[in-house]
Design a protein around this ligand. Structure first.
Ligand SMILES: [Zn+2]
Length: 412
């Protein structure tokens, strides 16, 4: 066996050395540091019997051609958030590189099926607020008209930033061509949450990515003087919003993996001497089950109306964004469970709260599965993001086993 997980760990450190500063990783997509990371990757595939190209949306493809054109894709992303960690995205990608090397060596450069390694462009959406940009172009779910005019903090438009890197946005839809011959997609990722650590498990099987309902909710009351307005005569928009902020705990609490978050509250006029006349809030609800998600959305709406009435206010909802839950492929889930069990002893299944490129690939109809490795303290998108090195090594081994099992299934 020619799999060297310690090489993956060494390469992760090398990349950190090259692209992080005192505040963490700085590989924000479409920036020079990101381009530098991609350039560095080129030095890693020199000498391997592979072909490399960028697709129309800037996704980086490394192809090890096999006897069959049927293709197993292994993916990750080299881009990071500003002040990011050393593992998010690049662990998946560099572990995939190690698996590709193993296939190449075991089959003297020509495995029975084709193996492709993809570095998705702009998974994080850190600069323009548009996550999964490259993988959604691949899946054919991207929204060019809405995306091109997005701007970063300096007012630079997304379409100009991607063109500067050589990828005009009008050609992004051509990235769907890369779906040709794709038989399965696998992705390893750090959990970015506390579940595996709390269960003392190094690895987990990702059942799917949770669906999201994201709404703006505004309560309307009556601005009034804080000194002269008796308590029972108030139309306090904040009081109604506050009741909802507590109620969503009960709504989510009825379901094992559901989460509900009110992450933003703005009050108007927002001064110390006025009852709040208008309160703008946001609600983000997630679950792996579409029925549960729809039920939580309904319950939150009903609760908001009840609290608005109680506080003599009114309430309005408007949807910001939503995506359906995506369950991963049953056969691949089985292989992932076997791989995790073989390497770690026990296999626990858990949903992913964050979205990943794998969700877009699954939306394209390609059988997909993900594996998680434990995150220390559950922290990510931060320079203190970390995972024990022995767990990283186990993750590379388990990904390799998952790749072999999936390859046999593809060829069967
Ligand atoms: Zn990531």
């Amino acid at each position: 066996m020619s799999l060297y997980p310690e090489r993956t760990i060494a390469e992760l450190k090398e990349l950190r050395e090259l692209t992080a500063d005192g505040n963490g990783a700085q590989r924000v997509a479409w920036t020079d540091t990101w381009l530098q990371a991609r350039e560095w990757f080129q030095s890693k595939i020199k000498g391997l019997p592979v072909k490399h190209h960028y697709d129309a949306a800037g996704n980086s493809w490394t192809t090890l051609a096999g006897a069959s054109e049927r293709t197993l894709i292994i993916g990750g992303h080299l881009d990071s958030v500003p002040n990011g960690g050393w593992l998010d995205g690049c662990l998946d990608f560099l572990a995939g590189l190690e698996v590709l090397r193993r296939f190449s060596e075991e089959y003297a450069g020509r495995p029975p099926l084709t193996i492709r390694l993809v570095d998705w462009a702009d998974e994080e959406g850190a600069r323009f607020g548009r996550s999964l940009l490259g993988s959604s172009a691949f899946a054919g779910t991207s929204s060019i008209a809405a995306d091109r005019v997005r701007t970063d903090r300096d007012g630079i438009r997304l379409e100009d930033a991607v063109a500067r890197c050589g990828f005009p946005i009008d050609r992004f839809p051509d990235a769907t061509r890369e779906q040709k011959n794709a038989a399965a997609y696998i992705e390893l990722h750090i959990e970015q949450g506390p579940v595996l650590e709390s269960m003392e498990l190094p690895l987990g099987v990702v059942l799917g990515t949770k669906g999201v309902e994201r709404h703006a909710i505004t309560f309307f009351g009556q601005e009034a003087h804080s000194g002269s307005t008796p308590m029972n005569a108030r139309h306090d928009a904040l009081a109604a919003a506050a009741k909802l902020a507590l109620e969503i705990r009960t709504i989510a609490g009825k379901h094992k993996d559901a989460v509900c978050t009110m992450g933003s509250v703005k009050t108007f006029p927002g001064i110390v001497t006025a009852v709040v006349g208008r309160c703008e809030t946001t609600l983000d609800q997630r679950d792996l089950d579409a029925g549960i998600l729809a039920g939580m959305y309904r319950e939150a709406q009903e609760a908001s109306q009840r609290f608005a009435r109680e506080e003599k206010c009114t309430v309005e909802w408007s949807r910001i964004w939503s995506i359906e839950p995506i369950a991963f492929h049953p056969a691949l889930l089985g292989f992932c469970e076997e791989a995790v069990r073989e390497v770690a002893g026990t296999a626990h299944g858990l949903p992913s709260g964050p979205l990943h490129d794998a969700a877009e690939v699954a939306r394209a109809g390609i059988p997909t599965v993900m594996m998680f490795v434990q995150s220390l303290r559950g922290i990510s998108h931060n320079k203190i993001e970390d995972t024990r090195e022995e767990h990283l090594a186990m993750a590379v081994q388990a990904l390799d086993r998952l790749a072999s099992k999936t390859a046999r299934w593809i060829l069967a």
